[in-house]
Design a protein around this ligand. Structure first.
Ligand code: NDP
Length: 481
């Protein structure tokens, strides 16, 4: 049965957009070399003008971060640093609605997700790391581990505020200062976060935010005053950064792409598995590095699972990201929509069968319907390449060994899912899947205390948990755990 829903739009009035935003350097918003516009991907409306940071602006940001590192932050006792992190976490909670609405406007993701996932998790990351700030000596890295210095952080557009929290919270807890570059298409919540830093009375220069495009990111990464680079984004740019850091001796962690297998065995509860498949690939329009973009379903239950999946996909509501009923929002940019369309075209050209539920698309903005491909072979591009959109490729297997073989046949290794009633099979699979995260009978679950990161071309280093702290501490010689 299909229910009709009346529109339930979240009000935009809670957000006070400025016409123009400067760069956040040394605790103040300052002018930069040029400007660009950020738009709503759902309507193509211009939301604000944002400053493009050139090399000289990045230079100022790094200088501010260095000064704050040497004079204030690295010398401050952990219990004092922790208080600032707690304060930031509380302000994120207090301003949660404003952050969620702004995130959905700038990114295109459904308000249900920004409100219930992105913003609460961002606050949780600051709470969690606030707790570590005065306990680093007990984290297993020796009695008094030292911070690294000034950290350059470059983040993507798929979870703008959440990726900021993943990067900034551990860096600050460990005593580092930060120069962060948000993605060109989604700078607004990072700039609101800058206001939150002011509100929290964070010492000037501890967090600096330089908006801009890939060239700004490159300037941050290449700057000689940066001690460590933390990057989340495409594997292609990640490789470039790894090469640049290898010759400069900077510390680096990379969180890159993925092509996760979501493996459904014949004894899995079908309805729950279908919810997991839908969450795995249609959450955030599939703009998720750990998305379950390859469904591996056991051949004997293929028809049953696919029929249930198609029924469920028919109930997904695509449209206004600010409508509380919306399940699938807008694609983040025209460039990303073109990339998805090109890869989907290759799937059809290579002989896979494409299906989407009836799904009218809005006239303006960037949209792609939830899509599933069957009759996919391992050689097809849609089975190998990261689409980063709401597109699922279905493959089948007969035995657990074949499932492992197919799941691992990818240059990536970020995440995987296993759906079965048997605990022993879950453990057997988990120990053989070459993926940083393996979810069992669930998918896309995140927690600040749980380390996240990849193998192979999905990058290296972990974010979250005790492992994530190591990336921001000078633990050369190894920890004692
Ligand atoms: P990029 O890797 O290009 O962008 C990620 C961040 O790095 C952005 O802030 C970007 O700036 C910046 N950047 C770009 N080039 C450089 C550079 N040479 N040096 C330093 N920083 C740089 O991802 P895209 O946004 O272009 O997306 C391309 C594809 O990457 C997507 O289609 C998707 O497949 C994948 N992707 C994967 C993500 C993941 O989490 N694994 C996240 C995002 C994308 P700017 O935004 O201004 O270009």
């Amino acid at each position: 049965m299909r229910f009709e829903y009346s529109p339930a739009p979240e009000s935009r009035s809670v957000v006070r957009l400025r016409d123009s935003y400067g760069l956040f350097i040394g605790g103040s918003f300052v002018a930069g070399s040029s400007v660009f516009k950020t738009i709503s991907p759902a309507t193509e409306e211009v939301l604000a003008e944002v400053t493009h940071a050139g090399p000289e602006d990045v230079d100022k940001a790094v200088a501010a971060a260095r000064q704050a590192y040497e004079r204030v932050w690295s010398e401050m006792p952990g219990r004092e640093r922790g208080k600032y992190l707690f304060r930031i976490a509380r302000i994120i909670q207090e301003r949660a609605r404003e952050l969620a609405v702004l995130e959905s406007m700038d990114n295109g993701k459904p308000i249900r997700e920004s409100r219930d996932v992105d913003v609460p998790l961002a606050a949780a990351h600051f709470f969690y790391h606030a707790g570590w700030a005065d306990k680093l000596g007990y984290a297993g890295f020796g009695p008094s581990p030292r911070p690294l210095g000034v950290v350059g952080q470059v983040i993507p557009w798929n979870f703008p505020l959440l990726m900021l929290a993943w990067k900034v919270a551990p860096a600050l807890a460990c005593g580092n200062t930060v120069v962060l570059k948000p993605a060109e298409t989604t700078p607004l919540t990072a700039l609101l976060f800058a206001e939150i830093c002011q509100q929290a009375d964070l010492p000037p220069g501890v967090v600096n935010i330089v908006t801009g495009d890939g060239a700004t990111g490159q300037a941050v990464v290449a700057h000689p005053g940066i001690d460590k680079v933390a990057f989340t984004g495409s594997t292609e740019v990640g490789k470039e950064i790894a090469r640049a850091c290898a010759v400069s001796g900077k510390r680096v962690t990379l969180e890159l792409g993925g092509k996760a297998a979501n493996v459904v065995f014949d004894d899995a509860p079908v309805d729950q598995a279908v919810e997991g498949i839908v969450n795995g690939i249609f959450f955030n329009q599939g703009h998720v590095c750990c998305a379950g973009s390859r469904l591996l379903v056991q051949e004997s239950v293929q028809d049953e699972v696919l029929a249930a999946l198609r029924r469920r996909m028919g109930t997904l509501r695509l449209g206004d990201p600010l409508d509380k009923n919306t399940d699938v929002g807008a694609i983040n940019s025209r460039a990303q929509l073109d990339k998805i369309s090109e890869l989907v075209g290759s799937g059809e050209a290579e002989g896979a069968a494409r299906w989407s539920p009836p799904c009218p698309l809005p006239d303006r903005g960037f949209w792609f319907p939830p899509t599933v491909f069957t009759e996919v072979s391992q050689a097809h591009r849609i089975a190998r390449e990261e689409i980063f959109g709401p597109v699922l490729s279905v493959l089948t297997f007969r035995t657990p060994a074949e499932a492992i073989e197919k799941a691992n046949r990818t240059p990536y290794g970020l995440s995987a899912g296993v759906w079965t009633e048997k605990g022993s099979l879950i453990l057997w699979m988990a120990s053989r899947l070459r993926a940083g995260v393996v979810w069992a009978n669930t998918f896309n679950r995140f927690d600040p205390s749980s380390p996240f990161g990849g193998y192979k071309e999905s990058g290296f280093g972990r974010e979250g948990g005790r492992h994530g702290l190591e990336a921001y501490l000078d633990v050369v010689g190894g920890g004692d755990v």
